[in-house]
Design a protein. Structure first.
Length: 69
């Protein structure tokens, strides 16, 4: 569902939803480091794991708030 605002904020801790094929487990925490424009269907974000030296770009529908299944 696309809204006019990003669901997550810079600095927020999130996890990747199961089923999106990332190497790290779905319970791995990431920080939102940048808000990106919509790809036409979903807002996008740059996220980073504390143990990695690179950023990932991910769609909003692939993320969940930490602590929420």
């Amino acid at each position: 569902m696309h809204t006019d605002e990003h669901r997550f904020r810079i600095g927020q801790t999130v996890k990747i939803v199961e089923g999106f094929g990332y190497m790290r487990g779905p319970n791995t925490d990431f920080k939102i480091i940048a808000l990106l424009p919509s790809n036409g269907a979903h807002f996008q974000y740059k996220i980073r794991h504390a143990g990695e030296s690179f950023d990932r770009t991910i769609r909003e529908n692939e993320l969940a708030v930490v602590g929420v299944q």
